[in-house]
Design a protein around this ligand. Structure first.
Ligand code: DMJ
Length: 422
């Protein structure tokens, strides 16, 4: 299986090299390049670099490194989404530096961190969603817990590696400002105004726009040993387990509730929510992690591949696409590595098999518009190479390939280490 997954990675990376070299992404059906902005920020090579190192794909990694150190520039007059650029590029450059040792990766990360830092200049300290890389101008004050709270591992690591505390402090202040605005029952909502601190959408859940806020509370505690994050994690996950968790005849789910009353609003779960078994297991709650993983697997096997969202009462898809997301396979990987129980590796095998079967295209792998019709769409996000294939590979590769206890993965599967303490 490890060889099969590595071959799949080579198929995806070769398509990028052949049809989109120097651009952000390759379009797997039209065999054409795609950029997020007016100039490329090399999303795919930066996201894919550490996966190639872990897979032993040394020549591909060497070509990606040359491209990155010679061509990647952040001096552009356009706005970038702080969250996406942080988890994919800042996280990718920091792990590249830690794994490869070349100072040019750290210099690029340092430059990017400086250009993103103006985003935190709101009245509350919570970042705006977009910042101009050249001017530092900000826009879009209506943000969400995921985009506000999923910066700490990268900004904190940048501070530890450069000795400049400003990045750690800005990211931590933003997390604390968000946590302080939790409801009386301990939940956060879906959207918040970073200028006023007022909630704009008061629905609480574990899916996109909140998901990785929880993940980073726990992982920031683990990576930095900062007890403030431990307190925030324990209070937050206790509230989620009490109010957001939903026991049903077909298993344990986490749905959508009102953040003030805890009243249930919707019975939806999906591909993004599938990160939670991994985080529960990392937080040592193996019983819940196991039960939720069974639900994730039920979601997957009901359709042969997971939908973006389903109604877990009717088991009907609410949003039927599959955009090559990693979270279900990521959870299988964590549960297998943390428990040694091969049931989780078998779940992962089923999931990986179906991804490779349904999504393979001539030029890489393609998203699906529907897990019912299996119609392909012309998009291969960089997280497929950063995350989906990395977790799939690590699930089957020899355990010494990567010691999960020695690193903390950022939410884009870039491994970060405490190298500053050595
Ligand atoms: C990735 O960019 C990250 O895993 C993020 O936390 C959620 N969205 C995608 C993968 O689904």
């Amino acid at each position: 299986m490890a060889v099969t997954v590595r071959d799949a990675f080579v198929h995806a990376w070769s398509a990028y090299e052949q049809y989109a070299w120097g651009h952000d992404e390759v379009r797997p059906l039209s065999k054409a390049p795609q950029d997020w902005h007016d100039a490329s920020l090399l999303m795919t090579p930066v996201d894919a670099f550490d996966t190639m190192l872990l897979m032993g794909l040394d020549s591909g990694a060497a070509r990606a490194k040359t491209l990155i150190v010679e061509r990647l520039s952040f001096d552009h007059d356009f706005d970038v989404q702080v969250f996406e650029v942080t988890i994919r590029l800042l996280g990718g450059l920091l792990s590249a530096y830690q794994m490869d040792g070349d100072e040019r990766f750290l210099a690029l990360a340092h430059d990017l961190g400086d250009r993103l830092l103006p985003a935190f200049a709101s009245a509350t300290g919570m970042p705006y969603r977009y910042v101009n890389l050249r001017t530092g101008a900000v826009r879009d004050p209506i943000s969400n817990p995921a985009e506000i709270g999923t910066l700490m591992l990268e900004f904190g690591t940048l501070s530890k590696l450069t000795g400049d505390p400003r990045y750690y402090d800005a990211a931590k202040r933003a997390v604390a400002a968000l946590f302080e605005r939790r409801s009386a029952i301990g939940l956060v909502g879906t959207t918040i105004d970073v200028e006023t601190g007022e909630w704009r959408n008061r629905t609480s859940h574990m899916t996109g726009r909140i998901d990785s806020y929880y993940e980073y509370l726990l992982k920031s505690w683990k990576l930095f040993g900062d007890a403030d994050f431990g307190r925030m994690w324990q209070a937050s996950i206790a509230a989620a387990n009490r109010y957001v968790a939903d026991e049903r005849p077909n298993g344990l789910w986490y749905g959508h509730v009102d953040m003030d009353s805890g009243d249930r609003i919707a019975t939806r779960y999906g591909a993004l929510d599938a990160f939670l078994p991994a985080v529960l297991a990392l937080g040592s709650d193996l019983p819940r992690a196991d039960r939720l993983m069974a639900s994730v697997y039920l979601m997957w096997t009901t359709f042969g591949i997971e939908p973006e969202q389903l109604d877990y009462v009717t088991m009907a898809p609410v949003s039927p696409g599959y955009v090559l997301r990693p979270e279900a396979i990521e959870s299988a990987y964590y549960l297998y590595r943390l428990t040694g129980d091969t049931r989780y590796r078998e779940m992962g095998r089923t999931m990986v098999d179906s991804v490779l079967h349904y999504t393979r295209a001539d030029a890489g792998f393609a998203s699906l518009t529907s897990v019912v019709t299996h119609e392909q769409a012309d998009r291969m996000e960089s997280f497929f190479l950063a995350e989906t294939l990395k977790y799939a590979y690590l699930l089957f590769a020899p355990p010494e390939t990567l010691d999960l206890q020695a690193i903390v993965f950022n939410t884009e599967a870039h491994p970060l280490r405490h190298t500053w303490e050595r």
